[in-house]
Design a protein around this ligand. Structure first.
Ligand SMILES: Cc1cc2nc3c(=O)[nH]c(=O)nc-3n(C[C@H](O)[C@H](O)[C@H](O)COP(=O)(O)OP(=O)(O)OC[C@H]3O[C@@H](n4cnc5c(N)ncnc54)[C@H](O)[C@@H]3O)c2cc1C
Length: 317
C-alpha cells in the first residue's frame, strides 16, 4: 500500500495547479487521470486555441498552458495517468483509493467527468480505425494529406482552420448551418484548400491501400457523394460522466459537487475544486479554479497540521 498526504482526482488544469501548490506546501501528493495524458479540456478540446484570460499570460495556447503546468510538477508529484479512480473507502487514517493507495485527504478535480469521444457512427475494421482520429496532438503529421473532418461545432471548425495549414480539408456536417463561431465558418470559406460539404452524413466506409473511401448521404435528399480521405477526424464531441462521484457518497447539486467556502464537500477530508463544483456566482473558467485550488490546499494544511502557524505566501515558504 502506498501512502500519501493528498490524492488529487483529475489532472485537468485545476488538478495540475493544485498538485503544484500542494507540493509547494510540502504535501506528499499523488494525482490521477483516467486518460493516458494529463491536461483535461484544454489539452483535449482546444489545444491550439489562444486563451486570453489566464493571469500573467497575454495569451497562451491550451497545449502550452498544460505543458507548463505539467512541467511544474514533474519529479515532484506522483502522476498516475490511465487510472480512473473508481473506489474511495473511508477508514480511520483517511481514505483508501482503489485498494492500492492510502491517503489522508482527497481533492476531486474531475471537471465535467471522465471523457469519452462520441464515436464515428459506422462499423469499422482495425485497418479503418487506424485512419480515424478523435484527438490531434501534432497537426504536422497530416502534412499534404486529404483530411475529412466530421462535425459542426467549434472543435470541428478549429481543427479545420489549424489543419488547413498543412493539409487539404473536407469539412462534413449534417446541417447547412454550423453550431460553431460564424467568423470561423467565414474564414474556412475563404481558404482554397478547404471544401465544405453540407448537409451530409456518412453512410458507408471502406479502406483501400492508403486511403478511406466514404459515401456521404445528403440529409433530406437522395444524393450520394463518394469521397476519399487519407485520414478522418471525428469532432462529434465528448461524453462526460460524473456519476462515480455520487457513488463515493458526495452530495451533488445537479451534476456538480456542493462545497463550502473552504472547498470542503459533505465528507470530512474530501475537497472539490474546478468545473466539478458549483455555487452561486461560479463561472467555469481556469483562473477561478486556480484560486479554489489555493483555498482547498490551505484548508488541508490547517486540517492536517492544526498545531502549525501556516505560511501563506510562497515568498516565505
Ligand atoms: C472550447 C472551450 C474553450 C474554453 N476556453 C476557455 C478560456 O478561454 N478560458 C478559460 O478560463 N476557460 C476556458 N474553458 C473552460 C476550461 O477549459 C475549464 O474551466 C477547465 O478545463 C476546467 O478544468 P478542470 O481541471 O476543473 O476540469 P477538466 O479540464 O475537465 O479536467 C478534468 C480531468 O479529470 C479527469 N477525470 C475525470 N474523472 C476522473 C476519474 N474518476 N479518475 C481520474 N481522472 C478523472 C478527466 O479525464 C480530465 O482530464 C473552455 C472550455 C472549452 C470546452
Amino acid at each position: 500500500m502506498k501512502n500519501f498526504d493528498l490524492a488529487i482526482v483529475g489532472a485537468g488544469p485545476i488538478g495540475l495547479f493544485a498538485a503544484d501548490f500542494a507540493h509547494l506546501h510540502g504535501l506528499n501528493t499523488i494525482i490521477f487521470d483516467s486518460l493516458n495524458e494529463v491536461g483535461g479540456q484544454p489539452n483535449l478540446l482546444y489545444p491550439f486555441k489562444q486563451i486570453s484570460d489566464i493571469p500573467v499570460f497575454e495569451s497562451i495556447t491550451g497545449s502550452d498552458l498544460i505543458k507548463n503546468l505539467h512541467n511544474n510538477i514533474k519529479n515532484k508529484v506522483t502522476i498516475k495517468t490511465n487510472h480512473r479512480v473508481e473506489k474511495i473507502d473511508k477508514n480511520p487514517e483517511g481514505f483508501n483509493i482503489d485498494d492500492s493507495y492510502q491517503v489522508k485527504t482527497i481533492i476531486i478535480a474531475t471537471g465535467t467527468g471522465s471523457f469519452k469521444p462520441k464515436k464515428f457512427p459506422l462499423k469499422a475494421t482495425e485497418t479503418i480505425n487506424k485512419r480515424i482520429n478523435y484527438y490531434i496532438k501534432d497537426p504536422a503529421l497530416f502534412k499534404n494529406q486529404t483530411v475529412g473532418i466530421f462535425g459542426g461545432g467549434d472543435s470541428a471548425l478549429d481543427w479545420a482552420i489549424e489543419l488547413s495549414k498543412y493539409a487539404n480539408i473536407k469539412l462534413i456536417h449534417r446541417r447547412k448551418e454550423f453550431r460553431g463561431l460564424e467568423s470561423s465558418v467565414q474564414k474556412l470559406k475563404n481558404l482554397h484548400n478547404v471544401e465544405i460539404l453540407t448537409p451530409y452524413l456518412p453512410k458507408s466506409i471502406e479502406s483501400n491501400s492508403d486511403q478511406l473511401t466514404i459515401n456521404l448521404k445528403e440529409v433530406g435528399g437522395d444524393k450520394i457523394l463518394t469521397q476519399n480521405f487519407n485520414q478522418i477526424i471525428v469532432a462529434y464531441g465528448f461524453r462526460a460522466d460524473n456519476r462515480l462521484v455520487k457513488k463515493w457518497g458526495i452530495d451533488l447539486i445537479g451534476s456538480h459537487i456542493i462545497v463550502n467556502q473552504e472547498m470542503k464537500t459533505n465528507i470530512d477530508g474530501i475537497y472539490a475544486i474546478g468545473d466539478a463544483i458549483d455555487y452561486p456566482g461560479r463561472v467555469p473558467v481556469i483562473g477561478l479554479g486556480f484560486g479554489e485550488a489555493q483555498i482547498a490546499i490551505t484548508a488541508i494544511m490547517r486540517q492536517l497540521f492544526p498545531e502549525k502557524t501556516l505560511t501563506i505566501h510562497s515568498t516565505s515558504i
